[in-house]
Design a protein around this ligand. Structure first.
Ligand code: GDP
Ligand code: MG
Ligand code: ZN
Length: 310
């Protein structure tokens, strides 16, 4: 790992410089400057909460000391999950541009969960794709997944074992900031290592650098991709269920429901039981996939129950 020469940070003492958060755990982590140098940082005070993907401004501390993060640039978006504590949304990464839902023949795909991830991605303004992993064992169920190609969500058959399809998936992420999500066991860790070789090693070095080895499994890391861009890895919350901000936003997370919904009689139509609902008519006419509509319905009910509790 490239480190800034000792004393380099001192020359900028007092002045603020910008950098990207590439490892975050609690009040410490690592910044990457645009020249590639990596600087351990710490946070003073209680008001700042920094996550991977944040662009921050820092000032130098004493030589050999971590630099101090002073402020976070406005986030373009936040990826949130529901935490165990009271179901409060917890931000796990910022400025994510590409969300990849990983699936495989085993564990059995859960398309409702897939739709929920896709909804979260769309609401946060990130592009999304499906990666069908373990294609060395079983290819993608094309009939079922072809639907997603029509919903602005490309499908990439890949294998972390043979390397098939990895280049295409890597090209799709481009110079963006990606994240791999999906059920436990589908191969997210394996794919991370196929896409960002050495990711395991880097995670180890970062835990040493931040002197928090015991927290290795909970630090989140933004791994650089060869040639540009990066992949966020959040051990321990990899298999997260995404937080959906509010019920009225859900229809905007389903591209086809949003499209047909523009023709509903009521602008605040829930598309569940209103008369003259263009969405329900499109489902009846076979223009909207009934299983996608069922995903929408379930998510609406889920969020209503959550809102009822709070
Ligand atoms: N055959 C096959 N097995 C894979 C592939 N990718 C991952 N696996 C296996 O699937 C299991 C789960 O992989 P892992 O990366 O830990 O999944 P994660 O829980 O999503 O991070 C491991 O036993 C891997 O060896 C693949 O492309 N082909
Ligand atoms: Mg894993
Ligand atoms: Zn409607």
């Amino acid at each position: 790992m490239k480190r800034a020469p000792a004393g380099a940070a001192d020359s900028s003492k007092g002045a603020e410089a910008a950098a990207l958060v590439v490892a975050a755990h609690g009040r410490r982590g690592i910044l990457a400057r645009t020249d590639g140098a990596r600087l351990p940082y710490m946070i003073r005070g209680r008001h700042l909460r920094v996550v991977c993907g944040d662009r921050v401004h820092f000032t130098a501390a004493g030589s050999g000391e971590p630099v101090v993060v002073e402020r976070i640039e406005a986030r373009e978006n936040e990826l949130q999950r529901l935490s165990g504590r009271g179901g409060q949304p917890e931000t796990i990464a910022a400025n994510v541009t590409h969300l990849v839902v990983v699936m495989a023949a085993l564990p059995l795909p859960d398309l409702y969960l897939t739709d929920r991830y896709l909804c979260a991605a769309r609401l946060m303004g990130a592009a999304s794709a499906l990666a069908w992993n373990k294609s060395d064992v079983a290819g993608p169920p094309l009939a079922e997944l072809a639907l997603y190609e029509t919903l602005a969500c490309p499908v990439f058959p890949v294998s972390a074992v043979t390397g098939d399809g990895i280049a295409a998936l890597r090209a799709w992420i481009g110079s963006g900031t990606g994240i791999l999500v999906g059920q436990s066991g589908v191969g997210k860790s394996s794919l991370l290592n196929a896409l960002a070789p050495g990711a395991d090693v880097l995670t180890g070095e970062i835990s040493l650098a931040s002197d928090e080895g015991r927290h290795t499994t909970t630090a989140s890391v933004l791994h650089p991709l060869p040639g540009g861009g990066g992949l966020v890895d959040t051990p321990g919350v990899r298999d997260f269920a995404p937080a959906i901000p509010e019920r009225t936003a859900i229809s905007s997370g389903f591209i086809e429901i949003e499209e047909y919904g523009r023709q509903c009689r009521f602008t605040d139509c829930s598309h569940l039981r209103e008369d003259h609902c263009a969405v329900q008519e499109a489902v009846a006419a076979g223009q909207i996939d009934p299983r996608r509509y069922e995903s929408y319905r379930r998510l609406m009910n889920l969020v209503r129950q959550a809102e009822g509790r709070s």
